[in-house]
Design a protein around this ligand. Structure first.
Ligand SMILES: Nc1ncnc2c1ncn2[C@@H]1O[C@H](COP(=O)(O)OP(=O)(O)O)[C@@H](O)[C@H]1O
Ligand code: SF4
Ligand SMILES: [Mg+2]
Length: 319
């Protein structure tokens, strides 16, 4: 099937103290229509910057310095802001990590869910509020009247996150971009929310890009996984393969550090994600990698196809 969105050699960085520090170092991947892609990596890997870039929401001192984001044959990075505004929310909708910071504290939930209709369509306020209530029902909110007339702080985290999804779905988008949507929820609510997300993605034939630091979330929801570290892609593989036989040492590390039934001991990856500008030369993962060898300090491994729809950036494979 055809690619719905294609990211090519995306580079993003920050001006800091007279220096330019690169945070995304040439990211390339594509997503087909109807595909459910997970983007996984520890905090500080560049996941949110990637999401913000796709929506053209990077703000100074951040800057996109290179690359293309081809959506329906157009490069989003070349559009005027006015044209981007027609795509943001309407074609590509986003759910953020912390709903409280993305909801307006002084507007009711009902009004905020209705707002996309008021901005992007010609329907009146009353009809828009009715549509908002339908959406709130759709995201399994039972007491719609109460929720619609509530302000964000009056709701639980789980309810707020559902309201965010309702807003995101309002204009029937093509792509739903969800950045750690369950991180602020407790474990039971997380599972509930992921089920709901799954149902909605199926029901609306959405293309999903789900960003998470938690491989546990991936196994429920997605069919392909892109692993991000230090602003580079380590591995891009179908989900079944990556979970059964991870290739990149970083992917292996991430999988070893999630709890599995029957196993008591977790093996976290040693060390920490450094801040931008502090990654080692050569392979960005080499100071944490148990398989590192001489070559790894000399060159940055490039992402390459190794067959069966799998790509990996590591000198242990080929080269
Ligand atoms: N506004 C900013 N100014 C400077 N550095 C930033 C800014 N936003 C993000 N970064 C840095 O870019 C890197 C990637 O950040 P981010 O995309 O938020 O990672 P993730 O979402 O994977 O946790 C981090 O090192 C972060 O500190
Ligand atoms: S390229 Fe080298 S340092 Fe990087 S992940 Fe592979 S083995 Fe480890
Ligand atoms: Mg993030």
């Amino acid at each position: 099937m055809e690619n719905l969105i294609e990211i090519k050699n995306l580079r993003v960085g920050f001006e800091k103290g007279g220096k330019f520090l690169e945070a995304l170092k040439g990211i390339s991947f594509s997503v087909k229509k109807g595909e459910k892609l997970a983007i996984v990596g520890e905090s500080g890997s560049g996941k949110t910057l990637l999401a913000l870039s796709i929506l053209r929401l990077i703000e100074p001192p951040g800057k996109i310095t290179d690359g293309e984001i081809i959506y329906k044959k157009e490069d989003l990075l070349k559009l005027w802001e006015e044209e981007v505004r027609k795509i943001r929310g309407k074609e590509i909708a986003m759910v953020f990590q912390e709903p409280l910071s993305s909801l307006n504290p002084v507007l009711t939930i009902g009004y905020q869910v209705a707002e996309p209709f008021l901005i992007h369509t010609k329907i009146g306020k009353k009809e828009a509020i009715e549509k908002a209530k339908e959406l709130l029902k759709l995201v399994s909110i039972s007491d719609v009247e109460r929720v619609a007339s509530a302000y964000p702080h009056e709701l639980s985290g789980g309810m707020r996150q559902r309201a965010m999804i309702a807003m995101a779905l309002a204009l029937n988008p093509e792509i739903l971009l969800a950045d750690e949507p369950t991180t602020a929820l407790d474990v039971t609510l997380q599972a509930q929310f992921l089920n709901l997300l799954n149902d909605l993605v199926m029901g609306f034939s959405l293309t999903l890009i789900l960003i998470t630091h938690d491989f546990g979330v991936v196994s429920e929801t997605c069919d392909r996984v892109v692993v991000l570290y230090g602003g580079t892609i380590c591995e891009d593989s179908p989900k079944v393969d990556i979970i059964r036989s991870p290739l990149h040492p970083y992917t292996k590390g991430l999988l070893n550090s999630i709890p599995k039934s029957g196993e008591k001991e977790l093996k976290p990856i040693r060390g920490q994600v450094p801040p931008i500008g502090r990654f080692p030369s050569g392979c960005p993962f080499r100071d944490r990698c148990d398989s590192a060898f001489e070559k790894c300090s000399k060159k940055m491994p490039q992402l390459k196809e190794i067959g069966n729809g799998r790509k990996v950036a590591c000198f242990l494979y080929g080269e």
